[in-house]
Design a protein around this ligand. Structure first.
Ligand code: KIV
Ligand code: ZN
Length: 386
């Protein structure tokens, strides 16, 4: 069966960068954009040009510096925003305007203070207006995750008819469960008559920790674009993490989801974004956390030393992590200690291990981790006892 190509739409520089404290200057954004290009993303959402002169300038500079991916600018469904985005995208080789409006009754009543019919009119008008500037227009139905199914289907049909090439179904508040979100996409696939004329995109937030699961459910139901950020950074609890979606697709070939991503660049880019934004990656973060390939319990260490795949489903080299690590703590066993001592040039065999292992445990009970310097000292003092 042929693989289904999925498009990676990276919004690190828009949804990610809008997090307080994560702002980047133009030069930094261009650096990240170039690395996203090398990573192989299909679309870079470079910013929200009308939001500030600085963001406008960054979008413009990214358009000049990056040639391979589509460069996208966000707008509200307003003429002033669309005019501004069209101008900011002027130098892009491949450009897209991303416009949209609220789709849920909560947004329509309490945020937009209008009616469903008026929202439909504004959505259609915005798409038609954006099409005057670019051939590629993505429409987002904000808060689609909590929108009425039938109304959402009407909206999607109307904007495709107006010229939208991509329809983005965001779970803006991260409310959905994977099955619910997958069903939402399936409903659109089955009930929007012109759905074959556009690509369905999924854009999930992580308020319940389900952003990645929901995105995968959307892709399994027929979406072909997924909106993600490096390290999952984004509003509140964040967005879907690019590295997670890509490695799920790679680790489960039966899903038939293929990306253009060079996975060996994932870890270096994660580090760069974390350093530039001053946003540490949690140690237990999937794929790119400092503990993602670290083994600390004796049973696991013994298993990994015997055969890496006993406890690892991903080869660290595949995501640009130099190697798995065996962390020596009071939970480590003799096998891990011996392995590490051998790497340091102390060829202990099993029989010689007992004295040193007892002393190691004494030290490990006092310290969180035993490092190489501790091991040298331990060997020297143990030798003086033998
Ligand atoms: O979460 C959201 O709904 C968004 C849209 C602007 C696409 O970020
Ligand atoms: Zn968002």
């Amino acid at each position: 069966m042929s693989k289904d190509r999925i498009y990676i739409f990276d919004t690190t520089l828009r949804d990610g960068e809008q997090v307080p404290g994560c702002q980047l200057n133009t030069e930094e954004k261009v650096t990240v954009a170039k690395m996203l290009e090398e990573l192989g993303v299909d679309v870079i959402e470079a910013g929200f040009p009308v939001s500030s002169p600085g963001d406008f300038n960054s979008v413009q500079e990214i358009c000049k510096a990056v040639t391979e991916p589509i460069i996208c600018g966000l707008t509200r469904a307003k003429v002033v925003d669309i005019d501004c985005a069209a101008q900011a995208l002027h130098f892009a080789k491949r450009k897209r305007i991303h416009t949209g409006i609220g789709a849920s009754d909560i947004h329509i009543e309490y945020k937009l203070k209008t009616t469903r019919e008026k929202v439909l009119e504004q959505a259609v008008a915005a798409v038609k207006y954006a099409r005057r500037f670019v051939d590629d227009v993505e429409f987002y139905a904000e808060d689609a995750g909590r929108a009425d199914q039938e109304f959402l289907a009407r909206m999607v049909e109307a904007v495709i008819k107006a010229g939208a090439t991509v329809v983005n179904i965001p779970d803006t508040t991260g409310y959905n469960l994977p099955q619910m979100f997958g069903d939402k996409i399936k409903y659109l696939v089955n009930n929007v008559p012109n759905i074959d004329q556009a690509i369905i995109s999924v854009h999930c937030h992580n308020d319940l920790g389900l952003a990645t699961a929901n995105s995968i459910a959307g892709l399994m139901s027929g979406a072909r674009q997924v909106e993600v950020t490096i390290n999952g950074i984004g509003e509140r609890a964040g967005n879907t993490a690019l590295e997670e979606v890509v490695m799920i697709a790679k680790s489960h070939p039966h899903l038939n989801l293929e990306t253009n991503i060079d996975t060996t660049k994932l870890f270096p880019l994660s580090q760069l974004v974390s350093d530039m934004m001053g946003m540490p990656v949690q140690p237990n973060k999937a794929i790119v956390g400092s503990n993602a390939f670290a083994h600390s319990s004796g049973i696991h260490q013994d298993g990994v030393i015997k055969h890496r795949e006993n406890y690892e489903i991903i080869d660290p080299a595949d995501v640009g992590v130099p190697e798995s690590t065996i962390v020596l703590t009071a939970r480590s066993g003799r096998a891990a200690l011996r392995h590490r001592l051998q790497n340091l040039g102390y060829p202990f065999d099993k029989g010689d291990m007992e004295v040193i292992y007892i002393r190691f445990l004494e030290l490990a009970d006092q310290k969180k981790q035993v490092d190489d310097q501790d091991l040298h000292e331990l060997v020297n003092s143990a030798e003086s006892l033998v």
